[in-house]
Design a protein around this ligand. Structure first.
Ligand code: PXG
Length: 286
């Protein structure tokens, strides 16, 4: 079956879904996006992702040309048209084509793109054994420069940190904020557990407010855990009993070392495993 992509109101064959070389999304990273999972034909937490997309757009003064409800319907239609039962949706809104200059008034209408595809996950061994992590020297964007709460098309900050992780043989990298505190990873949020208390950096640490993060906070509280959003430094991770990451692609994944320091017993911990099981139950019902 050939793939079809939604672009500006219609579903077209993938090869015909094109944008202008003058699109400010390409020229300047001027746009916003979302990555969403499809489990068993259901687009997981679609409304939350669409809401975050509109908030990101609002923050960069990008007016999305369709309503929130139309966006939800368009995502579902694209998933159905591509017969995706387990996969991934990429929602992109660019500023649109314009002149060679930064002025947003000189751009035409924004372009809305929805791609439904398969997803590449971390290798299963990393889920079984846990993930080693390194701290990148690239710090997370200063919130006063480009707020990490905006899921913008400009991901160079994350890409530079990811390169450092890859160079060190890691699939993720930890990013600190401008104050030297723990922010997040390049595409995942961070949690630690110490003496049963679960902690994760607050949104004002300069992070994306992850939808998986918020879901896992809810699941952990339901399970009777105390979860606090507090500033963390690397020492807190080095000395934690358990550490894990959350994200749309990763779901819940254990971290077993940071910068060569073993975390806890060096294997995925029991609370992490329980939260992973609860998350899987929520998404897949098994
Ligand atoms: N931090 C950052 C910087 C992210 O980009 C997360 C945390 C986790 O957020 P969610 O809402 O997913 O729990 C992200 C998410 C991709 C891709 O293809 C990236 C993300 C999600 C899905 C796909 O690069 N980033």
């Amino acid at each position: 079956m050939s793939k079809s992509v939604y672009i500006n109101g219609s579903l077209v064959p993938a090869a015909e879904a094109t944008v202008s070389v003058f699109d400010h999304g390409l020229l300047y990273g001027d746009g916003v996006f979302e990555g969403i999972r499809v489990y068993d034909g259901n687009v997981f937490l679609l409304q939350d992702h669409v809401n975050r997309l509109y908030e990101s757009a609002q923050a960069i003064r990008l007016s999305i040309p369709i309503t929130n409800d139309q966006m939800v319907a368009a995502v579902n239609d694209t998933v159905t048209a591509n017969q995706i039962s387990d996969g991934y949706v990429r929602l992109v809104v660019t500023r649109g084509a314009g002149t060679l200059g930064l002025d947003i008034r000189k751009t035409s209408d924004p372009v809305v793109i929805i791609i439904a595809d398969t997803i590449t996950l971390y290798p299963p061994e990393i889920y079984e054994n846990g993930m080693p992590l390194v701290t990148a020297s690239t710090i997370r964007n200063h919130p006063g420069a480009l707020n990490p709460r905006i899921k913008s098309l400009n991901y160079l900050n994350n890409i530079l940190a990811k390169i450092e992780g890859t160079d060190a043989g890691c699939v993720e990298a930890l990013m600190l904020n401008h104050k030297g505190e723990v922010a997040e990873c390049t595409g995942d949020n961070v949690f630690i557990i110490k003496n049963g208390l679960i902690r994760t950096p607050p949104t004002d640490a300069g992070i994306l407010e992850g939808i998986t993060r918020n879901t896992v906070i809810g699941l952990a509280r339901e399970a009777g855990h105390d979860v606090r959003e507090t500033a963390l430094v690397r020492h807190d991770i080095y000395t934690s009993d358990e550490c894990f990451l959350t994200g749309t692609a990763a779901e819940v994944i254990a971290v077993v070392s940071l910068d060569g320091r073993q975390i806890g017993s060096g294997v995925p911990g029991p609370i992490t495993q329980d939260l992973r099981d609860r998350f899987q139950l929520l998404t897949r019902g098994d």
